[in-house]
Design a protein around this ligand. Structure first.
Ligand SMILES: Nc1nc(=O)c2c([nH]1)NC[C@@H]1CN(c3ccc(C(=O)N[C@@H](CCC(=O)O)C(=O)O)cc3)CN21
Ligand SMILES: CC(C)C(=O)C(=O)O
Ligand SMILES: [Mg+2]
Length: 293
């Protein structure tokens, strides 16, 4: 049970009383909305979120029941070969978001607003978020920053665009902050709490907490009524998100310590490629059953 669930113990239904409604494992096949996410959090359910960047992978996760899919700007690192998320463009996010929407029937698809697409101010944020809603068909957008982004969040929400916020480590600011744990020390912890309250007050429906101490993430989770989505933030958040290529062992090189590898697809893909190559060189592929006369 999540920490927020403990607060909801007094609700008449009690936590997870009707499993058919569950965000993960439920029976509903229609597209999940922000209302479903709020209701699940109210019931005390913990829920999973994964990144996806293409229709095929998204359909696998959709069929597995993953209720929320993030078209993360981590596509810059894992799919486009950039060092950071900073160079990712609106065109890249728009294209891959449309693919993820086409590959899913049930999941709510959230698209990251990339660096430079909302920092100029609320009007720029609204223009770019509107494009992702209209052109790509996503259900919500995500942007980085707490107090510093509250005006952008407010305008988007007023315009009818659900916003997921993202505080703690904000990778688009890597040039200023590096990849360090955030919220360590009393002053930084107070700032994180202010950021969390600012995004909730601005109308965000959820907030990602990236790379913050578990005790602080749990405190934020208890303080807010909107769900917290942790990545490197311990077990006390309402939801958890991972970059899917980290989860399946596909990412090359160094991965953050907070990721857990549930498969080794890098080895599976490499072995399949070698076997194919060996058979081509050895003349055993194609065989009779792959051949037309
Ligand atoms: N493949 C991938 N996985 C991710 O989780 C991810 C991306 N890419 N790209 C966008 C951001 C960048 N992220 C990162 C990148 C590096 C660290 C990192 O080096 N963390 C250190 C801990 C640092 C500390 O102790 O202060 C680590 O060893 O995990 C963390 C998150 C998370 N996101
Ligand atoms: C790691 C998640 C939260 C993200 O922002 C991304 O994948 O871009
Ligand atoms: Mg991101």
């Amino acid at each position: 049970m999540s920490l927020k669930a403990a607060q909801n113990q007094s609700s008449p239904a009690g936590p997870s009383s009707d499993s058919s409604k569950a965000l993960y494992g439920g029976t509903s096949t229609r597209r999940i909305t922000v209302h479903d996410i709020a209701a699940a959090t109210e019931r005390g359910e913990k829920w999973p979120m994964l990144t996806a960047y293409d229709a095929m992978t998204a359909s696998v996760f959709d069929e597995a029941g993953i209720p929320v899919m993030l078209v993360g700007d981590s596509m810059g690192n894992v799919h486009l070969g950039y060092e950071t998320t900073v160079p990712v463009t609106m065109d890249e996010i728009a294209l891959l978001s449309a693919a993820v929407v086409r590959g899913t029937r049930r999941a709510m698809v959230v698209a990251d607003l990339p660096f430079g697409s909302y920092q100029e101010g609320p009007v720029q944020a609204l223009r770019n978020a509107t494009r992702l809603i209209k052109e790509s068909g996503v259900g919500a957008v995500k942007l980085e920053g707490g107090e510093r982004s509250h005006e952008q969040i407010r305008l988007l929400v007023e315009a009818g665009i659900p916003v997921m916020a993202h505080i703690g480590l904000t990778p688009q600011s890597v040039n200023a902050m590096g990849y360090r744990v955030q919220g360590r020390g009393e002053e930084a912890a107070q700032q994180l709490l202010r950021d969390a309250k600012a995004v909730q007050d601005a109308g965000a429906f959820a907030v990602v907490l990236e790379l913050v101490p578990a005790e602080l993430a749990a405190e934020v989770t208890r303080t807010l009524h909107i769900p917290t989505v942790g990545i490197g933030a311990g077990a006390g958040t309402d939801a958890q998100v991972l970059v899917y290529t980290d989860m399946v062992g596909l990412t090359g090189g160094k991965v953050p310590r907070f990721t857990k590898q549930y498969a080794n697809l890098r080895k599976v893909l490499g072995d399949a490629a070698k076997e194919f190559a060996d058979e081509v060189v050895g003349g055993t592929f194609p065989a009779a059953e792959h051949t037309f006369h």
